[in-house]
Structures are given as C-alpha cells and as structure tokens.
Design a protein around this ligand. Sequence first.
Ligand code: NAD
Length: 528
Amino acid sequence: MSTAPISNLPPFHNEPFTNFKDAEIKRATLEALAHVRSELGATYDLVIGGQRRRSGNSITSVNPARPAEIIGVHSAATEADANDAVSAAQLAFASWKRTPVAERVALLVRAADLIRSRHLTFCAWLTLEVGKNWAEADADVGECIDFLEFYAREALRLDAATTPIQYPGERNLLRYVPLGVGAVIPPWNFPFAIMAGMTAAAIVCGNTVVLKPSPDAPTIAARFVELLEEAGLPDGVVNLVQGGPEVGRAIVDHAQIRFIAFTGSKKVGLEIHERAAKTQPGQNFIKRTILELGGKDSIIVDADSDIDAAVDGVVASAFGFNGQKCSACSRVIVESPVYDTFCDKLRERVASLATGDPAENFATGPVINSVAKKRLLDYIQIGESEGRLLTGGTALDIEGGYYIAPTVIADVAPTARLAQEEVFGPLLAVIRAKDFEDALAIANNTEYGLTGAIYTSSREKLNRARDEFHVGNLYLNRKCTGAMVGAHPFGGFNLSGTDSKAGGPDYLTLFTQAKSIAEKMGVVSDKA
Ligand code: NAD
C-alpha cells in the first residue's frame, strides 16, 4: 500500500451497493459472518496517545438478536482517562496541524481502501453488533467509504480556496486552519458511517480528536481505530475512550475541547449545546457544537399520487432497519379521499414483512436493546389509546432478541404524542389530512425538521412542497431515507440539529476557522 501524499484524486463516486442475490456474494457474506463469529467476545482497550490502556470497568456489547452472544468486552473510560485523552490529542495537534493536507488526505484514502477490501467483514460486524440485515449493513459500510473519499476531496478543495476578490495592490489569501482538539460523539444506529464520517472530517482538516462511541456499538469503533492505525494514523490524532453519558460529559466540559461533533438524540444534543456554552476555567475558545439530532419525519400522500408507489416508499422508510434511522418515516399524512385505500394496502404490506435474525437477512430485525424495546412497547400502548391499531402491536419472542412486530397505528391526531415524539423503532402513525393545505400544515407541526417526502402527480404541489415543507432533506416522489453522500448533503432544521449537512460542500468548514491574510505587494520580493 502506497503511503505517498496525494495532491490529486479521481472524481468522487458513491460506493456501489452489493448484490446479495449473486450466489458468490451470498456465500462470501455467510463466510464473513462465520469468520466474525469466530472473533466474537474479544477484549478491547482504550487507545490514548497510541497506547493501549485497560481500566477496571468494562462495557459488554451484545448481539441484539441474541443477547447471550457477546460481541466484545471494552474497557470503560474514567474521567481521568478522558482527561488524558484530551492531553494526548493536544500533544498530537502540534504536529498534525502542520502535516501537509495531502498526507492527511492520503490517510483517509488508505483507510477507505482497507475498508473496501474488507467490506463484507465490516458488514458482518454491523449485523452482529447492532442488528442490521445485509442490505442495511452494506449501506452503512458504503456510506462510511463515501464519507472518507468525499472528505478527502473536500479537504483538497478547501486547501485551494481563495478570497472571492483580490484587492488591488495586495495578495489576498484565505486559509482554512484547524480548530484544535475536538470531541466526536456518535450514535449507535450508523455506528460505522457516522462515527467514521465525523472523525474523518475532523482529522482531515488538521484537528485531533477524542472519539467516544456509543456503548451499544463500541466494537465497530474499536475496529475502525485499529484500521486507521494500519493506514498510518499517528499517535494521539484519534484517541478512543469508551463509555456512556458520564465520560461524554467529562469530554464535553473539558476546557481544551474546542468543538463537539455530535450525532444523537435531541435531548442529549441540547444538553451538550448547553454545557458547551459554559466557559470553563482556563478555556480560551468559544466551543463550537456541530449537532445532528432526532426527527419526526413525515411522508405526505396526496390524493393524486400513485398509491402503490407511496406504500412502497412509506414501508421502506418506516421499517428499513426497523425504523431506527433519524430519517425514518414515523408519520404518514394521507389526504382524505385515498386514506382508506392507503391504509388497507399499507396494512397488507406491513403484515407481510418477515421479522427475524438479521444474520439470516430478514426484512426486519430486533431493536437495539431492552430499553428501546420497553420504550416502543410503551409507545404502542400510548398509540393504541390515541388511534386504531392496524397491524403489529406486540413484542416477538425470537431467540431472546429485542423484537417488536412492525406496527402501524391509524387515525392518529396531528397533535397526539405519537404524532409528535420521536419513537425510533418500527412504529408508524397514520394521520388523515382534509386536503393538501392541511397535509402541509401537519407536516410542519412538530419541533423537528429533518427529512420529509411527498408523493403526488401534481407539479404545483411539488413546487409548493419545495417551498413550504420545512425540512433539511426533502424528497419528492421517493422514500425519505437513504441519503447519498455528495448528492444529498444531510442535516436537519429546527430541533433536528444545526443543519451541518454531512456529506455536503459546507461540512468541512465547520471543523475549521478561516484565516484571512493580506500582504501589501512590492514590499518584499517573492524571491527573498
Ligand atoms: P443518544 O443521544 O442517546 O446517544 C448519542 C451519543 O451520545 C452516544 O455516544 C452516547 O453515549 C452519548 N451520550 C449520551 N448522553 C450523553 C451526555 N450527557 N453527554 C455526552 N454524550 C452523551 O442517541 P442514540 O440512541 O445513540 O442514537 C439515536 C438518536 O440519534 C436518535 O434520536 C436519532 O434520530 C439520532 N440520529 C440523528 C442523526 C442525524 O443525522 N440527524 C443520525 C443518526 C441518529
């Protein structure tokens, strides 16, 4: 593998999806699952300044489809470990910020190449650690590679930036310089793509980071850090500390942390925003928060739409990865004239979804843990009191896994709890709208604003949606999940986040500060 710096790269392409219908790929997928199963249960250390460190406490990661199966046992960081990780990152920053951008870019490209060469192995880790079926795991790994490749190119573009105007008599420069040490705090639901994407964006700009993965997905992060090391990561540039809220708070509060790249729930994101706003003793920088939070995403089904296409899009958006996507459709808003027909077709489709072990590639699988299962059963109860159960509504007893039957509740009022609160699981609310005007008003009636979609055959309604459907990612006549890096920069409005637009042209600037430099011409010769 070449370790040469890169100053030019071929154009970006999204990683192609894997065709699991191909017999050879299917065989290789099963082999990868068997191989990863043979590596389950290993112990993993913290990584601070390139050194392995073991603490007295541990986090055990289990397979949500078979909780008796241990995926990995991870050292849990203390506050002292978190402080040491920030110090190690601070030390590494001094040289990493001076490392030429081409070398930082080369690191990302080498990491992408390594992941590509182990694509199905990473898919298997995702299947076993968080319960993604084959296609969902493939999409997560593909997006991870896309982020690395895309941010590599974006870093080169940013490095070549100039001021819009050259002032007469001056040489004007605009340099995007790194911020310093940052915290990267990802969620468990895209534990590879989002975790690696935020980390890669931070380090390619010259920052160093303390990465604190979710305790529900620590293994995939530990494996990524090992892979970065293999790709040539210098000590201290990415420091891995495992843990939950306590260690997360310790990192966020640290006086030397200059930015927090967080993806997760609204509740935690808002807490981080508040904590980051409090100036700590010794702090000399206004902490920056890059927050990508939850959603209550709607699909509008217009009376003039192709109902079958709408049902397909709603089912894929609501039940892909069991509704555990920030972009998942959790409310479908259907115009009155087609409401009953839509509900009938939807019930039939959802009831036919096969639920089971994602390692065996069922359409839907378990939710992430017992807390999520309980939360969903509680929401189903709330939903049954607020509307009419169309299908599902129960837990499923499969191998002791955390299964909930794909559930649809119809006749939910636009202001009901089920229509307003993020449930994050296989539970969909159907809301009746009088007409298009009413549907649009309902779609905009939550505190969120992440994704949304509309199915209609009317150009005028598409135009109205384009202007008035207030979400960060709007989809017209297609599902509201599955954002592609580069084509669909991702981030939400309102309390769905700071609209950082991951995978977009503005994302890397969030990890930098721009330094404007003006030199008076003719004073010092260029040759001097
Ligand atoms: P979460 O908010 O519970 O946890 C996210 C991360 O924050 C984890 O690493 C967790 O350990 C850490 N954490 C928890 N409490 C903390 C605290 N007080 N201080 C610092 N860190 C803390 O979210 P989750 O359950 O892991 O993920 C699901 C949520 O993420 C959903 O709300 C979903 O919509 C959202 N999400 C949003 C996007 C997006 O792009 N907008 C993408 C994926 C997921």
